[in-house]
Design a binder for this molecule. Sequence first.
Ligand code: GLN
Length: 504
Amino acid sequence: MSDPTRMTAAALADALAAGDLSAEDVTHAHLERIRDVDEQVGAYLHVAEESALAEARAVDERRAKGETLHRLAGVPIAVKDVMTSTGMPTTAGSKMLEGWVPPYDSTVVTRLKAAGMPILGKTNMDEFAMGSSTEHSAFGPTRNPWDLDRIPGGSGGGSSAAVASWQAPLATGTDTGGSIRQPAAVTGSVGVKPTYGGVSRHGLIAMASSLDQAGPCARTVLDTALLHEAMAGHDPFDSTSIDQPVPDVVGAAERGDVAGMRIGIVRELTGEGFAPQVQARFDEAVAHLVDAGAEVVEVSCPNFVHALGAYYLIMPSEASSNLARFDAMRYGLRVGPDGVDAPSAEQVMAASRDAGFGEEVKRRIILGTYALSSGYYDAYYGTAQKVRRLIADDFAAAFGSADVLISPTAPTTAFPLGERTTDPMAMYRGDIATIPANLAGVPGMSLPSGLAEDGLPAGFQILAPAMADDRLYTVGAALEARLVSAWGGHLLQQAPELAITKGA
Ligand code: GLN
């Protein structure tokens, strides 16, 4: 039997069901891998060794008794540290929540536990999911397994780096403006932002509630579908959760037939502004889809050029309101102001926020508070909401002439650590292709299109109409099959081997 850390989740599930591997062995192998390489990568903020092994043993016992189990029972998973989980900390990458152990599980975590998936630990992220590089984590950056001096994407860089460095077969993410798709793109992995409302937000530490969406991260399209199915579905604890059957994402990933499908290239999200080396891989992937029988057309979404402006008003506005709960009174960090004997509640609040929030979070709270203030609300937030409507209309028109839309996921490959930390605008501009989907609530996938000339992975994005998440998987699986056969194996097999720092 091959090394369990190098197997897909689908293959692990089959081997577990056939009794060729035990869940304990599979979990143990991943924990060992984490011990060996995570000192270099920094994907995990917390490793839950004991509870993961206990869950794995419980699954093995239930299987031995002949119980019918979930397909992913015994397949371990890493959870982004923005999802509440009992028995282990949830920090959202912030000092504000350092050491906080939540009193309840998020619905996503409840579902993973119900499926019998051992939780390996919690993954690093930009503080409160604000960023595209994981450099804004209060606990230090995560590094890209392809080049340890480069970013793994963000905000969910811990999850993408964990799956790309064989430290977990599956991981969860959240995507408010690209935090699942862009990390997938720059690490050579696969990530999906489901339709808004497709996966429960209950127990997710909120960034921008009208944009936040949880979703799956994995190494293959089928694995991503298996996790998507396990996470998704109606939840009465989330008022925006969609009460409809989950699209058949697994069936779509298994079939992957694009013959006769109409695929629209978004003119505004290609060409100018996208690195030629990323564009080249995109163009080749399009040729594969044509070869597979798809009909490729060009569509125009003229209002997408305003997406960044609208997003960077709506997101901070909602975030400033959501983060007001961190008031040092109920939970989270509390510090007193220096040199004050009997500080007022307000002084404690101010001192705690000053000490607990990082620079990027403060920047967005200030921006959002300003945009929502009386006299400016209509000019900023109101205008941004109108632009949001226009973007949704652009999608509706484009989906009239194409079943799915495509673009590169991000304009560049992984950039060096530190390159954009002092230039927030440069960081924000990288979100140009992922943000429109969040503004309109439609689902999107990123999968690797190949290695660019710099030897780093480039991402290919697929977008579908709301509640047609299955189309992402149909197209993704068809493209993946052709690319993997052209590469002679999975792209991640070409990634440099990480040095083993600690013998097991
Ligand atoms: N990079 C985007 C931002 O900084 C998206 C973040 C996210 O999706 N959580 O806002």
